[in-house]
Design a protein around this ligand. Structure first.
Ligand code: DHB
Length: 309
């Protein structure tokens, strides 16, 4: 009886998701074709690569180091620029899932304008990358003060009618304060977390491995940080939280949901398992829910908080 009732369908700021697993920005999301492939493999929605105003080649190699429990990367926000990228959204449509356009920029107005261009190109929502940990003048530099986060959300909300998600940096003393600022600025949801700032040195070469020296750490190593951030944000704001950081199994996704996330994103897990990870995570979530008496994702949101379980 329960088995038939258990389902993963979720509503996220009016977006209807067949399941709450979303492709995170930065992996397999540079072309319409790859986004269709990930959607067909089971993702409930897709976030595009972070796109800026002008084409950018990105940082010098090496741009990625594989570590025992994660990845350190400093791609440098390589992208073709919005004018060229916009057609990829149309080409992603046959995937049949909501497309969330990720944008970054050097100023609040630039980000708001890019969000407008993403909406015009057909994006169902926009995600503001306020949290790239190392591209100078972009991302976390703008996203680490509550005042700037509030202002960029407000300016973006004035430009678009699709939902606005603010992706926040954990490289701060209070991510809850940033989430509150996003909420004040009118953001429809917050996404937590982006990568943690890190460095790896080659003792033989006597120098940092990444071309950019500093990069962003992702993967299972950062999951406890992400879960803690979502937990803190859930206690601070009323808008939905989207959890991301180190999810590779159904249990990992459920940790985030019990901390307060309404949906989750998967990035580095796709590097490990390929697009099939979405179906794997969903199957494992359903099994856990059946075994533990949960019929819907909603019933699990925030239950790890006192008084909610
Ligand atoms: C890059 C951007 C990010 O937002 C991030 O978390 C890591 C790397 C990049 O393009 O370099």
């Amino acid at each position: 009886m329960r088995a038939e009732m258990t389902h993963l369908a979720a509503d996220l700021c009016g977006l209807r998701l067949k399941n709450p697993t979303i492709l995170a920005a930065g992996i397999l999301d540079e072309t319409g074709r790859s986004m269709v492939e990930v959607a067909r493999a089971g993702a409930g929605a897709i976030v595009t690569k972070s796109i800026g105003q002008e084409p950018r080649p990105g940082h010098q190699n090496p741009t990625i180091v594989e570590l025992p429990d994660g990845l350190l990367n400093a791609m440098g926000l390589p992208n073709p620029g919005i004018d060229i990228f916009k057609d990829e959204i149309l080409e992603a449509r046959p995937g049949g899932v909501p497309i969330i356009g990720s944008v970054f920029g050097g100023t609040e107005d630039e980000i708001a304008n890019l969000a407008g261009a993403m909406e015009k190109a057909g994006a169902d929502a926009v995600e503001l990358n306020l949290s790239c940990p190392h591209a100078k003048g972009y991302g976390a530099e703008l996203g680490s003060t509550p005042e700037a986060v509030e202002m960029v959300c407000r300016k973006t909300k004035a430009k678009v009618s699709v939902p606005v998600f603010a992706k926040l940096t954990p490289n701060t003393s209070s991510i809850a304060a940033l989430a509150l600022a996003a909420e004040r600025g009118g953001a429809d949801a917050v996404v937590a977390i982006n990568t943690l700032k890190g460095m790896v040195i080659s003792p033989e070469a006597r120098m940092p491995i990444l071309g950019n020296k500093v990069g962003g750490l992702s993967g299972p190593a950062i999951r406890p940080v992400g879960v803690r951030c979502v937990y803190e944000i859930f206690e601070a704001v009323k808008i939905p939280v989207i959890g991301v950081g180190g999810i590779v199994s159904g249990r990992d996704a459920i940790e985030y949901i019990m901390a307060g996330a309404r949906a989750v994103q998967i990035g580095t897990g796709v590097w490990y398992d390929g697009p099939e990870i979405f179906t794997k995570v969903c199957t494992q979530m359903i099994r856990f829910m059946e075994e533990n008496g949960f019929g819907t994702v909603d019933e699990m949101v925030g239950v790890a908080h006192p008084g909610r379980n």
